[in-house]
Write a protein that binds this ligand. Structure first.
Ligand SMILES: Cc1cc2nc3c(=O)[nH]c(=O)nc-3n(C[C@H](O)[C@H](O)[C@H](O)COP(=O)(O)O)c2cc1C
Length: 219
């Protein structure tokens, strides 16, 4: 498919059909992930593919407990929404996120993106050099993975709530302590359809030449 169409219609897909996702498809997505940029080309990721049904159930149970803590905290922290349309979009996102939490194991495959939790900060004689967060070297790979899945007609969602209980996940999957979970991505054929998700207008988030110069007409 056209790359721009794929990017524009990539959105969080949290409801999956029972149709399988093949190893070849997973490998295509992992090869796309591997091509992502990383600082100094260090490629700090490790990918962990979970297919086994019992393991997905166990992972789903941890995910559910994590989401059960996250949702009320997130709702309490959500600022008042501007209008009824925005409130409705928010309700739909929460309902969709809750659905995933209650049905996580229905995704035929889940992929964990791991990164070493060692310091990657370089130093010189004047001190530490802040050239960006180490996470910035992992999330492009996650995005590439999800885009490749989109091209294959497979839905994904970038999730992180499971980090609340990542020690349990380490134990379940034998992940050494030195790795943290950057993302857990369930994948499967969508029950709904891909489409262009609503976003803030470009005019509200883009500045030209100097901060504050906006073109408010841009949608
Ligand atoms: C850093 C990050 C963490 C996220 N964590 C979760 C999560 O734990 N569970 C979940 O259902 N969605 C999670 N999401 C997905 C977002 O809710 C989703 O990208 C956003 O609502 C936009 O969805 P849309 O593209 O369908 O409009 C996360 C997204 C990002 C970028």
């Amino acid at each position: 498919m056209d790359l721009i169409d794929g990017i524009m219609t990539l959105r969080a897909i949290r409801r999956y059909t029972p149709e399988p996702v093949t190893d070849d498809e997973v490998l295509t997505c992992l090869r796309a992930a591997r091509q992502a940029p990383s600082g100094g080309n260090i490629q700090p990721w490790q990918f962990l593919v979970v297919r086994d049904a019992a393991t997905r159930e166990a992972l789903g149970e941890i995910y559910r407990r994590a989401y059960d803590r996250y949702e009320p905290a997130m709702l309490a922290a959500t600022p008042p929404l501007r209008d009824e349309a925005e409130a409705e979009r928010h309700r739909r996102t929460v309902a969709s996120a809750r659905h995933l939490a209650e049905h996580f194991a229905e995704a035929p495959v889940a992929v964990l993106f791991l990164m070493p939790n060692i310091s990657m900060t370089l130093r010189d004689a004047e001190g530490p050099l802040d050239v960006g967060s180490p996470y910035a070297s992992v999330y492009p790979a996650v995005q590439n993975f999800m885009l490749a899945a989109r091209a294959l007609g497979i839905g994904t969602t970038l999730t992180t709530v499971i980090r609340i209980y990542q020690d349990e996940v380490r134990q379940l999957l034998g992940i050494p302590d030195r790795y943290e979970i950057a993302a857990l991505v369930p994948m499967g054929r969508p029950r709904g359809r891909f489409g262009v998700a609503p976003r803030k207008p470009l005019g509200a988030v883009t500045h030209w030449e100097r901060f504050g110069n906006r073109r408010v007409d841009l949608d």
